[in-house]
Design a protein around this ligand. Sequence first.
Ligand SMILES: *Cc1c(COP(=O)(O)O)cnc(C)c1O
Length: 420
Amino acid sequence: MTDGFQRWKLDTKVVHAGFDHDSGCGATNIPIYQSASFEYETAEQLADVFEGREFGYIYSRISNPTVAELEKRINALENGRGAVATASGMAALSTAVYTLASAGDEIVASTSLFGGTYLLFRDVVEPNGISVRYVDPMDLTAVEAAIGPKTRFVFVETLGNPKLDVPDLEALAAVAHRKGVPLVVDSTLTTPYLTRLKAWGVDVAVHSITKYLSGNGSTVGGIVVDLGNFDWRKALNPQMLEAAAKYGPFAFLARARRQILQNTGACLSPFNAFIISLGLETLALRMARHCENAFALAQFLKQHPAVEAVNYPGLSDHPHFSIADRQFNGKFGGLLTFRLPDQARCFQFLDRLTLAKTVTNLGDSKTLVIHPWSTIYQSLSENDKRRAGVSDGLVRVSVGIEHIEDLIHDFGHALTEAKL
Ligand SMILES: *Cc1c(COP(=O)(O)O)cnc(C)c1O
């Protein structure tokens, strides 16, 4: 990787950063090293790599050259210290959780979380002895009050899904740091195109690569990035402290890779890393169009008589518009929600769309719609659904990169029919 990459703009980094041209045959794309293990000339060399005296690849469950190129590229987008790619966004989240916390510890988390994250906490993290205290991330006093002596990190999403609330990251980082704990942020919905977490003081970034980073909806993947803001020697978890004594500034990355990922086996495959790296090249172009289309569709829906309300952080009457405007560089993402009177009306609307697809994913190039109440949040209690901002008349739209006139035509048609 050229040393100049830190000066490059994101649009350049997504195409060039992290690729070493080391394939020996001048390949311009990241080669797929589809190999489970890696051979050394002598037994001593392999022993040196095992011991950590020499850098090298051992086994693809720990690291793999194709996956490593992707890690370097996404880390460059975040200006981070380093990154660990994982099999999925959920694997990235569980890696971050178990790197920083063990049984007996606590996490302070936003009430407004992606459904899968909530289920990870409820079905895995909490039954295994780490308790989760939920707070409204917009209420800084409540966040500060929830951080106790056992809290190991604070966790929020850049854009709550599907509530689309926008926590003030700089203020949250200040609160967490005052209490001596790191701030971990899921930036799946914003990507480094909308916000540079490091500059706001965030310590660890988590992304589901499945969404905008790959963009083509063809593979599941995730990544954890150490943004380099937290001094791990001040970590409160004893295992993190041990790692800090051994690995210094690389404590988080070393523990995430060698103690968590290596043992849980939630590694990303080299083939999937390759597919992702192809999609990643067009991130800047795609995100610009996602944001532009979402803004136009939000305005169209807002004036439509069949629509009760539209939630998009780019609308000037959104309660967190000014935080979003400052934090996301004048762009507001590709996700919006709107309200119809009830579930029946939502189903009718979804069934009448012809272009937009009804699926659970988001961040695809195609426009995707879903009724969260009856799907993603279906297993939650009614109270928890409402706390997450889900009602039975809510439709979530992940706005794609199609021509906006085709989208407006499709939505307008389905809404008019839904009124009958
Ligand atoms: C999709 C998503 C995840 C989980 O990612 P997977 O790749 O599906 O495992 C986590 N957080 C957010 C905000 C997401 O949208």
